[in-house]
Design a protein around this ligand. Sequence first.
Ligand SMILES: O=C(O)CCC(=O)c1ccccc1C(=O)O
Ligand SMILES: [Mg+2]
Length: 322
Amino acid sequence: MKGYRFDFCPYERRFLQPLVTRHGTWHTREGIIIRLGDAKGKCGWGEIAPMSWFGSETLEQALNFCDQLPTEITEEIIFSIPDHLPASQFGFESALVAVGIAGYKRYSSPLTHGKLLTYSGLLPAGEAALNQWETLWKQGYRTFKWKIGVNAIAQELEIFDLLTRTLPTSAKLRLDANGGLSYQEANRWLEICEHIQANVEFIEQPLPVEQFSGMLKLSADFKTAIALDESVATFKQLEQCFQQGWRGIFVIKPGIAGSPFRLRQFCQSHKIDVVFSSVFETAIGKQAALQLAAELSRGNRAVGFGINHFLENPEENLFKCP
Ligand SMILES: O=C(O)CCC(=O)c1ccccc1C(=O)O
Ligand SMILES: [Mg+2]
């Protein structure tokens, strides 16, 4: 079997604006860039960007996995990466596709797939959203995501009221609770969403992962759509939620969803309503994730890959690998 020379290089980069969610504040993104080289000197890059608070392996587990691999690896090794290392499965498989796996059609860019992706812009949590949506609007964003479940509900509802009154009517708003609402609070948000003029595209992960039946009930009780995110972080969870009857929206973060080959098969055989979303990866992981998004998006849901999240843009100096 064909062997590839394997190198890897850890990176870290600071957020321009720290990401505030109900899980706390995230300042620095750490990950691993990997490189596979073939005998002809061609190489393919991939990225492992774990998010253990979301259900993927930790950075340390990914680093340990890379450390124990030989410097020459095969497709067989890559396709047998265990399921508890989903971000690693994504990184290695995308590097393999990039170096040119036999019999696999490679897409040169998301734009050449015949579909233009539209992008959702991420607003900061709290009232900072009020004076930042306009900048994103001027950059062309028409779909916005705002984090909720961070501050007290009364305060967030007040900001929401102001925000929905000032956003242009053609704007779409996504509310991402990161599992931070109680069942009652989720009902309250959804009731308000149904009685306003503004266009709320969906509420993302209103309840904690354990409360799947609560989310099924919310999606049956309200017209505003519910999207699962943390509940479907890895492929196994995605499959389980589908089997348990979820027919609402699935947020897919390819960077932590595991094997892209398996994800592609699943999305092609079950016609699910998907929103693709970033894990704040570098251009390397983003390119691979957006290729999948362009290929597998149905309908016209904006992808959650906004720009300008980082202070350092270190792609150019990442590769001081041996
Ligand atoms: O999906 C988007 O629109 C942006 C990405 C995003 O919100 C996100 C990014 C990193 C980690 C978690 C999340 C999230 O959806 O909760
Ligand atoms: Mg989310």
